[in-house]
Each structure stands twice: as structure tokens, then as C-alpha cells.
Ligand binder design. Structure first.
Ligand SMILES: C[S@@+](CC[C@H](N)C(=O)[O-])C[C@H]1O[C@@H](n2cnc3c(N)ncnc32)[C@H](O)[C@@H]1O
Length: 118
């Protein structure tokens, strides 16, 4: 398992909790996801649209993507309604939901996607 983060804060906790995790201390603005490598990619509450094509190539066929992020039409760094669904429409969509944050957050909605690379 590979874990990528620009900050050592979370990575240090992983180092202490499970030595089987391969820690990758890199900036996802520049790090390249290896192609055809992963059976599962998890992207939770981090958004870089540049990664979308790399996520598609990084998964093996049959590989699973779990993605959670925020929707806010007033903020460019958040997703738009249905944007995530369209971005991965070549995948088999297992689960997709956009819903209001409860309790209310600084962003309009949360979005959840589980999809399988065909
Ligand atoms: C909101 S936190 C979410 C962390 C975790 N996925 C979770 O759900 O608890 C965003 C994470 O993205 C990392 N991050 C921010 N910019 C990054 C970048 N350019 N490259 C890699 N990681 C980055 C932060 O260090 C932080 O750990």
C-alpha cells in the first residue's frame, strides 16, 4: 500500500501504526501516479483535477476508486454538481451521492463516489 501526502503530520502517524505502508512524502501537484499499478485508489477530501486522468491510468482494470470531496459553486477549488460523476463516467459507477453537510460545513455539499475501472 502506498500513502502519499505533502505533509509529514499524517505520514508520521502511518509510519508508527503500520510498517507495511509505503510512505511517499511528495507534492501531488507534481507527483506522477504510476500507471496500471493499483487495485484501489482512495482520494478523500483532497482535490486536484490534474490527477483525474492519472487516477484512471493508475488503476488496474477492475480496480476500485473511492473518492470523497466537496461541492461549492462559489469556489473553484471545489467540485461542481455532477463534475465527479462526469469525470469518471467511463467507470462502472457503484455509488454516487451529493448531499448537504450535516452539520453545515464551510462548503455547500459533500460528494461520494465509488466506481470500478472497466
Ligand atoms: C483535508 S486533509 C484530508 C486528509 C485525509 N485524506 C482525511 O480524509 O482525513 C487534506 C490532506 O491533503 C494533504 N495535501 C494538501 N496539499 C497536498 C499536495 N499538494 N500534495 C499532497 N498532499 C497534499 C494535506 O497535507 C492533508 O493531509
Amino acid at each position: 500500500m502506498d500513502a502519499v501526502d505533502i505533509s509529514n503530520v499524517a505520514l508520521n502517524q502511518l509510519r508508527e501504526n503500520d510498517t507495511r505502508i509505503n510512505i511517499i512524502h511528495e507534492d501531488l501537484d507534481t507527483w506522477q501516479i504510476p500507471q496500471n499499478r493499483y487495485q484501489l485508489i482512495i482520494n478523500i477530501r483532497f482535490l486536484d483535477r490534474r490527477l483525474f486522468p492519472m487516477i484512471k491510468k493508475g488503476l488496474k482494470p477492475g480496480g476500485v476508486l473511492i473518492f470523497e470531496s466537496f461541492i461549492d459553486k462559489k469556489k473553484d477549488y471545489c467540485l461542481e454538481t455532477n463534475e465527479l460523476l462526469h469525470a469518471f463516467n467511463s467507470f462502472q459507477i457503484v455509488y454516487y451521492e451529493e448531499k448537504e453537510n450535516d452539520p453545515p460545513d464551510k462548503f455547500d455539499q459533500s460528494v461520494y463516489l465509488v466506481a470500478i475501472k472497466k
